[in-house]
Design a protein around this ligand. Structure first.
Ligand code: FES
Ligand code: MG
Length: 591
């Protein structure tokens, strides 16, 4: 007896619909032209999609072009038929005006592909920052069995005997350049050395964070996310993932059974424990929205803030991806959280068993790399959610606040964690770059650098520009970081203590629009507030007088549509109308 699926495969409706041989013939014939046989397609085997995110334009994910072969072999050995297809490229560092536009674009395109073609289950190939959330968002909307295969980080970068991690090396080197400690050529050498192989960023930037999140959510096989791209285990993981998705197709194990509120809370805890990227906030919110899971700003504080930093990886710590993998990767992190009672171990995963089952025996043996919750690198390492008269929502990633910054701003006797600073306001990043070294701005240690026009609507897409560095003269005087604030995002590899993702943004009437140079901003981390010390009447007067700060017009059709339909970062910056579509594969598209 051939194996029976829990639910008939949807591809049967294309390839084996009773009484419609005319139509079936049409569906079948073109797949033959690369050598598939009618028998293979009509044998009742599941058709397994491989969503190929790698390409020359997506270099962080390019390893998947090779890995797909091992995925196919796994699919074939387990009794499925593989069909590989491209997803919209997303390359974080290179896409202008920002790769953030691509997350929702790739999401939309993948929904249509998975829905409109005879695909029963899918392998999502992830890597660079937004390639993970975009595909998981689509998997929820369609709700066919889906599994994540990460491409893995690059090998560790070394420069003159020192570890240099992707992204982080840029932020650190540009300070050295500004201080006159290195030349431009040396800057480029350091950047090149940080990227020694295929793979995504080797720091705990957004890519490593989001792949770890996928694993913590239960959407990839245990240990998948941290294996460096060139390691032999990566190919083996690709094979196992291909095999497993076929079983998931038979079991009808869909994302809606895995992506529960409890799974998302586990992901939030994981992000704190690894010192993960501040971009995890909008991406996790976006994935939750598409999964139909209610998450709020308060959940980040309630479930994430008290979790300590236990992973010693850049930018919050010292090491890079290879050591993380050798120390046990995500299962070892989840193991520490579980024994401290800070993980919901009952959550179902793609293995068909619980996360608790998956992490059995996965305790680390490398205590330099992965600490215990009882003796962490840093207590209370989650995001702090702030609000006040300038915005309803902004986050501060506390795990990257340096000792020097704490000493200068947060250690005033009697008012610990409270400070005031004088605003200098920039309209977008061009304005910042043109003016930052202008002595007339009078920027000193008591300045907070503010950037507006960098959110989803203003940019458009929301740009990674809030981690502004101080003027060169200040850096030469030993002030390497100033507090910053903005309605954009910052790179997950940045170690800047910034208030980010501010919602609502200035372009939709948010409070940064009326802020002026010289205003005093008071930040109280104990109370979770950030307020400009400006009278209400004065705020109203300025709103009347100034209106909404100008932002560039749309240059492409997608920019215009994106601006029309996209919400604020607090809620994940999703296409607002799209979240009501869930489980669309339950209805077979008409012929
Ligand atoms: Fe693609 Fe970092 S730029 S992973
Ligand atoms: Mg980034």
């Amino acid at each position: 007896m051939p194996r029976q699926p829990a639910k008939p495969f949807r591809s049967r409706d294309w390839f084996a619909a009773p009484g419609r041989s005319d139509m079936t013939a049409l569906y079948l014939e073109r797949f033959m032209n690369y050598g598939l046989t009618p028998d293979e397609l009509r044998s009742g085997r599941p058709i397994i999609g491989i969503a190929q995110s790698g390409s020359d334009l997506s270099p962080c994910n390019r390893i998947h072009v090779d890995l797909a072969q091992r995925v196919r072999e796994g699919i074939r050995d387990a009794g499925g038929v593989a069909m590989e297809f491209p997803v919209v490229p997303i390359f974080e560092n290179c896409r202008r005006p920002t790769a953030a536009l691509d997350r929702n674009l790739a999401y939309m395109a993948l929904v249509e592909t998975l829905y409109g073609y005879p695909i029963d289950a899918v392998v999502l190939t992830t890597g660079c920052d937004k390639t993970t959330p975009s595909q998981l968002m689509a998997a929820s909307t369609v709700d066919i069995p889906a599994i994540v295969l990460s491409g893995g980080p690059m090998l560790d970068g070394w420069h003159e005997g020192e570890l240099v991690g992707s992204g982080t090396v840029i932020w650190r080197s540009r300070r050295k350049l500004a201080a006159g400690e290195i030349t431009e050529e040396e800057f480029l050498d350091r950047a090149t050395d940080s990227a020694p192989s295929a793979g995504h960023c080797n720091t705990m930037g957004t890519a490593s964070t989001m792949n770890a999140v996928a694993e913590a959510l239960g959407m990839s096989l245990p240990g998948c996310s941290a294996i460096p791209a060139p390691y032999r285990e990566r190919g083996q993981m690709a094979y196992e993932t291909g095999k497993r998705i076929v079983d998931m197709a038979y079991e009808d194990l869909r994302p809606s059974k895995i992506l529960t509120r409890e799974a998302f809370l586990n992901a939030i805890r994981l992000v704190s424990a690894v010192g993960g990227s501040s971009n995890a906030q909008p991406h996790i919110m976006a994935m939750a929205q598409h999964a139909g899971v209610a998450l709020s700003a308060g959940d980040w504080t309630e479930f994430g803030y008290d979790i300590p930093l236990i992973l010693n990886m850049q930018p919050a710590g010292k090491y890079l991806g290879e050591r993380f993998h050798r120390a046990g990767g995500v299962p070892a992190i989840l193991h520490e959280l579980a024994i401290a009672g800070k993980l919901d171990t009952d959550c179902l995963t793609v293995t068909g068993t619980s996360v608790g089952e998956n992490i059995k025996g996965r305790q680390t043996k490398d205590r330099e790399m992965i600490r215990t919750v009882a003796e962490p690198m840093l207590e209370r390492a989650g995001y702090l959610v702030l609000r006040g008269n300038l915005f309803d929502f902004g986050i501060l990633k506390t795990s990257v606040i340096s000792d020097d910054f704490r000493r200068r701003y947060l250690s005033k006797p009697g008012s610990e964690n409270i400070f005031e600073a004088k605003a200098v306001v920039f309209d977008g990043s061009d304005d910042y770059h043109h003016r930052i070294n202008d002595p007339a701005l009078d920027i000193d240690e008591n300045t907070i650098l503010v950037i507006r026009g960098a959110g989803p609507i203003g940019w458009p897409g929301s740009a990674e520009v809030v981690n502004m560095q101080p003027p060169d003269a200040l850096i030469r005087a030993g002030i390497e970081t100033l507090p910053t604030l903005g309605d954009g995002r910052q790179s997950g590899t940045s170690d800047s203590p910034s208030i980010l993702n501010v919602s609502p943004e200035s372009a939709v009437g948010g409070g940064l629009g009326w802020l002026r140079d010289g205003d005093i901003i008071r930040i109280d981390l104990n109370a979770g507030t950030c307020n400009a010390l400006v009278e209400k009447a004065e705020i109203e007067r300025r709103q009347q007088e100034d209106g909404i700060p100008a932002y560039p017009e749309s240059h492409t059709p997608w920019e215009e549509l994106y601006r029309e339909k996209t919400g604020q970062l607090e809620q994940g910056g999703v296409l607002d109308f799209a979240v009501k579509y869930r489980g669309v594969a339950a209805k077979t598209p008409r012929h």
